[in-house]
Every structure is written in structure tokens, then in C-alpha cells.
Design a protein around this ligand. Structure first.
Ligand code: G4P
Ligand code: NA
Ligand code: NA
Length: 194
């Protein structure tokens, strides 16, 4: 998505070897027009899939997931994060380890908001190591629902998340694919291929 790549070039800040800071339009301050364009792009990619629900994890996934849900006219459900959670009968839960933060969180979705009839599109802001999206696909499986695919705003192709989903046959659509950070600059996968 050219609009997004341009925005990343303009406003993204590369931190160290592998982190892109995008808090001026995605992770802290949010650009609603850009979010709506993202939602339209995901809709075009998945509109024939009879999607019934958009799933994400709080907090940074919510803005792009909401924009997507607004295009499909289906509910958005965001998994809630807990430091620790005593198991509850009325919740589906999964443990998500963050390599970046070196902490584990339990993510949870109320059983009443996900049923075996659901055809789910996952939307998230970053695909890095894939732990968050993996937690969601585990929950979807527990519910007997179907993971149709994942819409990712920014994928870092040099981390292992993408391969996990390819191996599981989950279709991933990423709006920007970053192949590397070089000298503080972003190298997009399409530039590298060129
Ligand atoms: P993973 O889910 O792909 O395994 O990601 P990882 O453990 O590596 O990252 C943990 C958190 O950091 C996630 O947010 C993820 O979205 C975010 N993240 C990963 N790489 C980047 C990056 O290059 N830039 C930015 N800005 N964020 C990145 P989270 O813990 O779910 O937090 P929240 O922001 O949704 O609250
Ligand atoms: Na994040
Ligand atoms: Na996230």
C-alpha cells in the first residue's frame, strides 16, 4: 500500500536493529483517514470470504481492526490482555509471549462473542514473531470457528511470524512489508526484490 509506505518513510523512526516506531499515526496518535484506507484494502482482499467477525488484540490492533470492521459491517472483537488470569469458564484464553518485551500475557475473549459459525479475519498492527496472531488463531480453534486469514498493517519479513502462518496455510495480507532496516532507513520488501 503506497500511502502507508510513504507515511512510514516520512514519519517512521527506526530504533536499533529491528524496531520501527510509528506512534505518530498508528501506535499512539492515530490517523483516521489512513486507518479507513487500510480497512478498505483489507475489505477488497477478503470481501468474498463471508467474514463474520474481525478479531484483534488490545490496544494497538484496535484502530485498524475497527476500520476493517466498518467496511465489512461485522463486529470487531478485541482480545483483552491480562498479566495473569485465573481460568474462567466463560472465556477462551491463550498465552502470548512477547520477545520484544520479554513478558507473557494471557489474552482472553468471552465465549459469547466467538462461536463455531464464525469466519474470522484477524487484523493486527505488526507481524513480528507472530505470537499475538498465534494466540488468536489458538482461540479461534478452541471456539471451533474458522480463521480465514490475517490482515497485517506492517510485517517485518526478517522475523519469524510470516513463516508460521505460511506453514499453517493461513493467508496473510500485509499492507507494508519491511525486509530490513539499513543505516536507520526502512528497506521495503518490494524495493529489495526490484
Ligand atoms: P509478535 O506478537 O509478532 O510476536 O511480536 P513481539 O512479541 O515481537 O512484539 C510484542 C509487541 O511489540 C506487540 O505489541 C507488537 O505489535 C509490537 N511490535 C513488534 N515489532 C514492532 C515494531 O517494529 N514496532 C512497533 N511499534 N511495535 C512492534 P503489543 O505488546 O501487543 O502491544 P500493543 O501496542 O498492542 O499494546
Ligand atoms: Na504494538
Ligand atoms: Na499489536
Amino acid at each position: 500500500m503506497k500511502l502507508l509506505e510513504d507515511r512510514i518513510r516520512k514519519d517512521g523512526i527506526v530504533l536499533g536493529e529491528d524496531v520501527l516506531k510509528v506512534d505518530s499515526f498508528l501506535n499512539h496518535q492515530v490517523d483516521p483517514d489512513l486507518m479507513m484506507e487500510m480497512g478498505k484494502t483489507f475489505y477488497e482482499q477478503f470481501k468474498n470470504e463471508k467474514i463474520t467477525k474481525i478479531l484483534t488484540v488490545e490496544s494497538s490492533g484496535i484502530a485498524p481492526a475497527f476500520a476493517t470492521a466498518a467496511q465489512f459491517h461485522v463486529p470487531l472483537v478485541f482480545a483483552r490482555k491480562h498479566k495473569s488470569l485465573t481460568l474462567k469458564d466463560d472465556m477462551y484464553t491463550a498465552t502470548v509471549y512477547s520477545f520484544t518485551k520479554q513478558t507473557s500475557n494471557t489474552i482472553a475473549i468471552a465465549k459469547k462473542f466467538l462461536t463455531s459459525d464464525d469466519r474470522v479475519l484477524i487484523v493486527d498492527d505488526f507481524l513480528a514473531n507472530g505470537q499475538a496472531v498465534q494466540g488468536l488463531t489458538d482461540i479461534i480453534k478452541d471456539a471451533g470457528a474458522t480463521t480465514v486469514g490475517a490482515g497485517i498493517v506492517i510485517e517485518k519479513t526478517f522475523q519469524k511470524g510470516r513463516k508460521m502462518f505460511d506453514d499453517q496455510g493461513v493467508r496473510v495480507v500485509s499492507l507494508a512489508r519491511i525486509a530490513a532496516f539499513k543505516n536507520g532507513q526502512v528497506v521495503f520488501a518490494d524495493e529489495q526484490d526490484a
